[in-house]
Design a protein around this ligand. Structure first.
Ligand code: C2E
Ligand code: MG
Ligand code: MG
Length: 292
């Protein structure tokens, strides 16, 4: 009985593997079509500057738009694109499109609006990646100092020296380097030491419980202090509640991004959103000076 169940499980498992393999081939081919047929779209999520409580820039987040399936999120196709190598072309398209869109915002009067673009480790490992960045800037006329490239800690896993050289060449162009998902890896501190970063971005998992969990609050405060000492800028993503925003603002975090302020939107909805600005916070009781 148990044996038969085992065999059935095995059979189910192999057929599933085959199905998945077929599925992956199909997915790779349709991603190819999506790239060719311009079915990729960039959405933008604005970021709030804590100093003046204005939107100071946005992060470009790629979407795959299929008429029947709707919007496919990057978590579903970026890993595949990395496996097949399609990420190189996809990533180059994202970079240039984000620069082009931001250039048009800058021309429309949002003169200081920054653009953050996610870069895959595979793109960074291309020996000529700094040239790709320079070309995107040249072709779109985007000011280098308003562009930030977001990289993850995993970039240093292979050939650290070459990666650092590439990042330094990009820094020399005037472009900012953001360490994304900071704290989620195992050797975060050595990354800060070796990478020519200008910003650190901590993600949602870290700040989710800062209100209820003393430890999480202390870690976040520690990161904020470290970032300040290093002369870097701290961005926090995944800000969902007013309490989060108040805690982070009170603790002198630099830039906030999250659903509390705005979801990622298509480019044609970005300008009105930026014009309207972020919602004001309710009065923060802990930040008011006590009356004596
Ligand atoms: P990420 O770079 O860490 O981007 C932040 C993700 O958090 C985005 O998910 C964003 O929509 C989501 N997010 C922002 N605020 C909140 C919030 O308040 N609550 C919650 N629950 N989520 C929030 P998205 O758009 O699904 O992107 C997922 C990941 O895919 C990105 O994580 C990034 O690593 C990758 N990605 C997106 N676009 C690109 C791209 O053009 N190239 C590459 N290589 N990767 C990309
Ligand atoms: Mg990012
Ligand atoms: Mg993240």
């Amino acid at each position: 009985q148990a044996k038969r169940a085992g065999r059935n499980t095995y059979r189910w498992y192999t057929s599933r593997l085959i199905r998945d393999a077929n599925h992956r081939v199909a997915l790779r081919n349709s991603l190819e079509q999506a790239i060719i047929l311009n079915k990729l779209q960039l959405h933008y999520q604005p970021q709030v500057n804590c100093q003046d409580w204005r939107f100071s820039g946005s992060e470009a987040l790629v979407r795959w738009v299929e008429p029947e399936r709707g919007i496919i999120l990057p978590g579903e196709f970026i890993p595949l694109a990395e496996e097949t190598g399609q990420i190189i072309r996809l990533g180059a398209w994202v970079l240039e499109q984000a620069c082009r869109d931001n250039r048009s915002l800058i021309d429309a009067g949002f003169t200081h609006h920054r653009m953050a673009v996610n870069i895959s480790p595979l793109q960074l490992r291309q020996p000529n990646f700094a040239d790709t960045v320079r070309q995107a800037l040249d072709r779109t006329g985007h000011p280098p100092e308003l562009l930030d490239l977001e990289i993850t800690e995993s970039v240093l896993k292979a050939d650290a020296q070459q990666i650092v050289a590439t990042l330094e060449a990009i820094r020399d162009l005037g472009v900012g380097i953001v360490i994304d998902d900071f704290g989620s890896g195992y050797s975060s501190l050595s990354y800060i030491k070796h990478l020519p970063a200008t910003k650190l971005k901590i993600d949602r998992q870290f700040i989710r419980d800062i209100i209820s969990n003393r430890k999480d609050a202390s870690i976040t405060q520690g990161i904020i202090a470290m970032v300040e000492k290093l002369g870097l800028t701290l961005v926090v993503v995944g800000v969902e509640t007013e309490a989060h925003a108040q805690f982070l603002k009170r603790n002198h975090c630099d830039v906030l991004q999250g659903q509390l302020f705005a979801h990622p939107v298509p480019f044609d909805e970005l300008k009105p959103l930026l014009t309207k600005g972020p919602p004001k916070l309710e009065q923060d009781p802990e930040s008011t000076t006590p009356t004596l």
